[in-house]
Design a protein around this ligand. Sequence first.
Ligand code: AHG
Ligand code: MN
Ligand code: MN
Length: 424
Amino acid sequence: MHPQALGLAARLRLGRIVRHRNETTPTEVGKESRNAVFCCIAPDPPPDPHDSYYPQWTFAITRAGPAGCVGIPEIGYRDRRDRLEEWAMAGMPPTLNQFIRARQQDYPDAIGEFSEVMNAIALGGKLISREINLAGLVDATGYTGRTNVQGEEVAKLDEWSNDLLVDLLGETKCVCVMGSEEVEGPIVPPESASNGRYAVLFDPVDGSSNIDIAAPVGTIFSIQRRVTNSGAGHLEDLLQPGKNQAAAGYILYGSSTMFVYTTGQGVHAFTLDPTMGEFHLTTEDLRFPEKSNVYSTNEGNAGTWREPDLQWVDWIKQDDPGTGRPYSARYIGALVADFHRILLKGGIFAYPGNTARPDGKLRLLYECSPMAFIAEQAGGAATNGTRRILDIEPSGLHQRTPYYIGTAREVELIGRFHGSEGPG
Ligand code: AHG
Ligand code: MN
Ligand code: MN
């Protein structure tokens, strides 16, 4: 049996490998699948074979490592538009993997590395989703007893998900360096695997204190093109302004598991079908709605806020139906979930600086920049009060920033409170 598949199955507690074969996919899916090993992984011990819910996962283990679940037969290559239309007509929205590979044809110099990176993140998302769904049953709730570089308590799932993403991304051989909210310095894959074109930053579990109460959490990622030439990546590959991002996205583990990403060509949302183990396209080119009178902030901190933020929050609570006031308040305490609601329903999320922490709480590289890229691509905006988030040149991996993100109108409004004039 394939040693990588065996290792993966053991690591993920998926069970034993029941069959494998050393060949290309049954239907033609393109060069990148050549020499893949397909493994069907089933629980060990096996459940009742008559049980119609007998779960199996099929993984494609390529030479570069686990590439993702293979759920539905692929349709042969033609041009991208044909493929997307064909899937739509068949009533079967494309999978994330199909969608990314179809779009890859828009980039003539693409050699498939980007797809590998995205597949690794998507596979990580599926496995984290599964672990979260089972949290209380597989001892995934609670804390490790350690604190991370942020000085915050490390949840068991923070550590598990961090290690999983580091392994999956490292195995692609397409990533030269990684940065994680949970790890102090740059993470370099083993020497043989660190010559990739991309630097990846991530918040493995965003809002991890929600796990113990079965409330939504997320994963956030940012993909930068390396700026160093070759070999292992360095800090400078990670410390790039958000406007340089090749892609950014998040996975929301809520009542559905959603994968939302942008490469600078619009924002696309996928929903996980857990019975298939596949993300399927549910919205192409997602845009903020016009309506926007919802605010999302931890107002319990208002006693430590500074004057512009206090004026803003007073203003939005005044009764003035003509300007949509007072706004409604919604706060989940996980940026991914709060942002996702705003992206779909409109409004603004704010995490201001305060007297004790002038730069606030949220991390520029793992949280603020990737979400800002998505917001702008969806017609919204993100600022620290006075500067566009995507323009900020980072000076440290774990740098924080005051943060306001949402519909363009709301972000422009908060900017006016932080400037010399109010909105009148
Ligand atoms: P993380 O779990 O990655 O540390 O992130 C938590 C963040 C963010 O998701 C959320 O918006 C914010 O912390 C909530 O902070 P408060 O509990 O201070 O409101
Ligand atoms: Mn976070
Ligand atoms: Mn986190």
